[in-house]
Design a binder for this molecule. Structure first.
Ligand SMILES: [Zn+2]
Ligand SMILES: [Zn+2]
Length: 322
């Protein structure tokens, strides 16, 4: 079995939010203020993913902070004029040559997207891909997605497993069960935590932003660097805890994290081990498990004493056996 380092404690990890809204759609603040709000919270990158309008905002970029071109396409409802429908995040991928022209800054998309049958979501995903975008299946729990959609639809690289705004507004933010459904059916997709924030106000006791993010181990803080790390799954998601290191060494999967209450290895089809110091309540900062060759994948959740979670991406066991 190969030794692989997925997240290396010795290397930089950049903090980012791939999903938010400004006054270019239904957000409360203009882009300049939103950028400053995330900079002040120590983020390194964001995507101004406004509804049905594309943003390219490299004018905001500095040496320590970048914006990723993208959008959120929606208004694709199986029942006309009735929510919930499908929303897909799009991120410009500069590492590919697209079949069709890349979208321009503030290019608007016609809405609603007509529902022409069950393949409508796939048509929208394919359109975004043809224009050179990575696609994220946004907030499946919030829009009452059917589990089978995770298998039926294809060519999205990730699913939102935590969406802070829908936790904040409707307590329906967790997509990890959808993720497992996709993974258990052989899909290779990654999980993303994001804010989907519309209001970026400091001082709220229960804030709508800064609650879900990723940390990417990109080789450089550039658009291409971050996108490459996303495509390769070299990132983790969090609503609180930090993951410092994740690696396979001598047939074991090993994780190191900030102090947590529980560490769960979610393996399939056999369940992985679960760790917690039930008697002493002593925080855990590392754990490991022996990998069995007939496992399909293992992903790890680290849960802190407030119930906040950090999620690794899946380790696909077949990759270790090649
Ligand atoms: Zn949405
Ligand atoms: Zn959104």
């Amino acid at each position: 079995m190969k030794n692989v380092i997925y997240l290396d404690a010795g290397k930089a990890m950049y903090k980012g939010n791939l999903h938010l809204h400004t006054t270019w759609s239904d957000g409360a603040q203009p882009a300049e203020e939103v950028v400053e709000a995330f900079k002040a919270k120590g983020y390194h990158f964001i995507s101004l993913s406004d509804h049905d309008i594309y943003t390219r905002t490299e004018d905001f970029d500095t040496e320590h902070f970048i914006t990723l071109p993208g959008t959120e396409r929606g208004e694709l409802n199986p029942v006309a004029d009735k929510n919930p429908g499908y929303h897909f995040g799009a991120l410009d991928d500069p590492t590919v040559e697209p079949e069709l022209a890349r979208y321009g800054h503030l290019e608007k998309f016609p809405t609603p997207v007509p529902w022409v049958g069950d393949h409508s979501p796939q048509l929208l995903i394919d359109e975004l891909r043809a224009h050179g975008n990575l696609v994220v299946f946004n907030h499946p729990e919030w829009h009452l997605t059917r589990f089978e959609d995770m298998v039926k639809y294809d060519r999205f690289f990730a699913v939102e497993i935590y969406n802070h705004a829908t936790e904040w507004s409707t307590a329906s933010s967790y997509g990890a069960a959808y993720w497992d459904h996709a993974l258990q059916n052989g899909k290779r997709i990654f999980g993303i935590a994001a804010d989907d924030s519309h209001v970026h106000e400091e001082g709220w006791a229960i804030p709508e932003f800064g609650g879900g993010w990723i940390r990417a181990q990109a080789e450089s803080l550039t658009q291409a660097g971050v996108i490459r790390s996303l495509k390769e799954g070299r990132f983790y998601s969090s609503s609180g805890p930090e993951i410092h290191d994740l690696r396979v060494e001598d047939g074991e999967l090993k994780i190191r994290c900030s102090p947590c209450k529980f560490i769960m290895f979610k393996a399939f089809p056999q369940r992985g081990p679960f760790f917690g110091n039930f008697e002493s309540g002593k925080p855990l900062t590392e754990a490991s498990m022996e990998i069995e060759e007939d496992m399909a994948y293992i992903r790890v959740e680290c849960i802190d004493f407030e119930g906040k979670v950090a999620w690794t991406n899946p380790v696909f066991i077949a990759d270790l056996l090649e």
